[in-house]
Design a protein around this ligand. Sequence first.
Ligand SMILES: *[C@@H]1O[C@H](CO)[C@@H](O)[C@H](O)[C@H]1NC(C)=O
Ligand SMILES: *[C@@H]1O[C@H](CO)[C@@H](O)[C@H](O)[C@H]1NC(C)=O
Ligand SMILES: *[C@@H]1O[C@H](CO)[C@@H](O)[C@H](O)[C@H]1NC(C)=O
Ligand SMILES: *[C@@H]1O[C@H](CO)[C@@H](O)[C@H](O)[C@H]1NC(C)=O
Ligand SMILES: *[C@@H]1O[C@H](CO)[C@@H](O)[C@H](O)[C@H]1NC(C)=O
Ligand SMILES: *[C@@H]1O[C@H](CO)[C@@H](O)[C@H](O)[C@H]1NC(C)=O
Length: 933
Amino acid sequence: MNLRLSTLTALSLVVPYALGIGQQSCVSFQSSSSAFSVVSGKKAAPILISSDDWPGVQRAASDFVADIQRVTGVKPAFRNVTDANAQAFGSLPIIVGTLGKSPLIASVVNATQLDVSSIEGKWEAYLSRVVENPLPGVSKAYVIIGADKRGTIFALYDHSEQFGVSPWYYWADVPTTKNSQIFASASGCSHGSPTVKYRGIFLNDEQPALQNWAQETFTNGTGAPFNHLFYSNVFELILRLRGNYLWPAMWSGKFGVDDPLNQFTADYYGVVMGTSHQEPMMRSTPNEFTDRGKWDYVNNKAAIQQYWKEGAERSKNFESLYTLGMRGFGDLPLSEDTNIQLLEGVIADQAEILKEVYGTDDVSTIPQVWTLYKEVEDYYTRGLEVPDYVTLLWSDDNWGNIRGFPPLSQRNRTGGAGVYYHFDYVGDPRNYKWIISTQLQKVHEQLSLAVARSSTQLWIVNVGDLKPYEREIEFFINYGWNATRWTPNNINEFVTSWAQREFDVTPTIAGDISSIVANLTRYNSRRKPELWNSTVYSLINYREAETFVADWNTLQAASTKIYNSLSQSYKPAYFQLVHHPIIASANLATMYVSAGLNAMRAVQARLSANDLADTVEKLFDVDFDIETQYHTLLKGKWNHIMDQTHIVYDYWQQPMQNVMPPVTRIQSRKQALPGVMRIVPEGTFGSWPGDNRWNCKDGYNCPDWTLSLNNYDAFGNRFVDVGAGGPASIHLHPSLPKSPETRVYASVVDWSKLSDGANAAVLTFTAMSRGYPSLSNTVPSEFKGFVESQGVVSIEAAHSSRSSTVGDTTWTELPGLGKTLSGITLLPRQDQSFEIGAGPTPLVFGVALDGGEPIRVQPVPASSRKGDPPGWGSNNGWVANSINSQVVTFSGVTPGAHTLKISGMETAVVVQKIVITGGLTDSYLGPPESKRV
Ligand SMILES: *[C@@H]1O[C@H](CO)[C@@H](O)[C@H](O)[C@H]1NC(C)=O
Ligand SMILES: *[C@@H]1O[C@H](CO)[C@@H](O)[C@H](O)[C@H]1NC(C)=O
Ligand SMILES: *[C@@H]1O[C@H](CO)[C@@H](O)[C@H](O)[C@H]1NC(C)=O
Ligand SMILES: *[C@@H]1O[C@H](CO)[C@@H](O)[C@H](O)[C@H]1NC(C)=O
Ligand SMILES: *[C@@H]1O[C@H](CO)[C@@H](O)[C@H](O)[C@H]1NC(C)=O
Ligand SMILES: *[C@@H]1O[C@H](CO)[C@@H](O)[C@H](O)[C@H]1NC(C)=O
């Protein structure tokens, strides 16, 4: 008896919540008086659906049945109702259907007088609830009603997710959380029309990973990899995520040709098909454009028109969203002399083709999109006109910064506007398609601008191989599904509920996973791993490289702890979604920094250079072990999905093979010229003793190195590395670790014993002596703020002393965004009436010192609509560096207290960090934040 009671208590503690990310909850696993039983006492409510309903709804309903069985082990009866006489179906059913399509639902609505006005006629809206006496002989039922085909499908998948089936059960092997009973609440769930009408993904640059995997998984090695077996899984995923749109794989893929079932299957599932920005009229171009002459609209117009007409004919029976316009092959501009008139002609001719194929004079009801990508955006700003009903798709700069939004005068176009975004990219200044390197915080910040500027007709994101961007894809679609649900302050909540759903962990562990994910994506987005090398993070200043490696180690340890704590069944999902990108990136980071230290220590004649060479070789191999671990997971289910090469790029394109960064060695059997011991103080490439250029500017007779430290220093100490220069062993103090290297820290134990100004101490290492001054500074007692040290004041933007509000607009922190802590931006967003031609989302702010006139800063010049702005590209440009650093110079500034004021002039500016300096040393992230008094 006792035992039973405690078991019951334990159960009720374990299953308190149903998890649908960001959704209204209408599912529980405990009985209550009003709740409707989906499954209890090993009996499942039968599912009724009209045989007249959409095939896609019937198909999703069969997933719904399977999902209930996955969770409870009980399979509900599935009744395909051919008339409204439901007496035969027993009591207490779940009745599913679409308004205007299901006679079954029509009679339920009629009989119960259920008010469906909140969803009727609304794109993709749905509701569910308990009703009394819906059908003759049925006393009570749970109805799930969609306003249209996808409304019903989304309602079913919303419930499935809350029951415990992750949308990623196939794509990331997320186990289903079991429950013996499921209940739906009497009031049910509902959702209105989504914020964004078309929400989709673009499979792109799918070689090597996705293509090799699909080839092996769906074709037994022969045939086109992207067949309907492959796509069925993609369509189901998109719908479970409440997305509705796809641009199919197009490097080698030909969606409409590779498998004659592809287009049909998309429509059957309920996914709207399109083609990428460079492939007009539902054809995979250039792959399908063979034996038809040149891709030249001036000289080969008839053949191209015929080609497009066939594309429209092939697609007209399926839900299709037409890409218009024309670009050259390989996503390049059409030709040097392409002009606006020619492109306007192309679009007019495409309308004629649609009229003919669809047999209508009015093509405005056929969804059409035209992408303002690269040079096309310039044509548009120069006046190219497209019909009002065509959606204009504004694009990002391929690096996650949206280049423009419709000006106010064009917000009322009936076709609306949309956004083409990237999580994955092939091109300048570097491909990024190996691993996650996008922050959800940034995705939110950019897309919230799209919401504020009425660009919500269509969002599509380039997701490369689909994996490994699972979480980011879900956020992108979910945010488009309901943009009011997510704010800068609850993105952590998104990740926390995601972690609970995927790994069935406690809220506390889900919180840990959320901060692990935040750190992973911060470390990989402040510079994408494809752009790492051995000297990006400073090897000598601000302890930057070693902090980079230490941070990765901390992150890896935290992730490993969670990985080890999970049961066997959850490990594969956690590995794919969290752990793999961490261990793979941490390994890569450590390898590059080790290579940098190896080169540096070799010129410093330090024997430890050789250990680092070994480390680099080992980690280069570990990289392949980690890839293999992914590929052998679950008996090889994901073989090839991590085929992407990613080590040592020499220009934008991927290397054809991973290449180990160069390492070097010193002669370990020979003594270094200056003797047995090498002394390397912090902050210099130099090593003592010695007389070459690494020791001082003149190359010989080098003075002793001076280290200085003050009481406002971020680290609070200085170090000196002491190491061997060759085979002779050095005798270190017995308390120091035995190795070819040791690090000696020096600090001031009691600053109060020092007088203000410079105080010197001498550190002696056997034969050498070094000056070691300490600077004790006293700031005026009334001073409040950040104190200079080593010639810099470094301030996280969110840590300002004051922030003022103008109207209701105020600097607001975007937690977790950016390279080090967060960013600040002005919210709510003002809807500027800026005009096209004023530059991509004009970003302007002001900087003023001590109440002076603000200096106006515009990081992206007005002239940059055509092509990339100056400073954007190269390995050292602002997308590679993931920051647009702006320098403002003030002259005649004297030592003492100062006030720096940043004023917002346009609401799209995000400020991350302020560095005030007279003597900045090189680093990637800038100095660590200064001490504040
Ligand atoms: C339901 O019945 C209709 C008409 O008989 C049929 O076309 C459809 O395939 C059936 N659906 C399922 C899921 O059995
Ligand atoms: C609606 O219900 C009423 C009774 O409440 C019935 O007389 C009528 O035939 C029903 N109409 C339809 C279309 O089912
Ligand atoms: C979006 O989410 C919010 C907050 O959860 C909710 O109040 C609102 O009804 C949802 N929007 C739609 C269209 O359902
Ligand atoms: C691949 O081979 C297996 C085993 O022979 C077979 O069951 C499966 O249907 C094949 N798949 C395809 C797509 O040919
Ligand atoms: C859109 O608004 C502008 C003024 O802002 C007006 O000139 C134009 O005619 C409107 N277009 C439509 C299609 O309503
Ligand atoms: C994540 O980053 C924060 C801020 O830098 C740090 O305090 C925390 O220890 C890190 N957590 C892990 C697990 O890496």
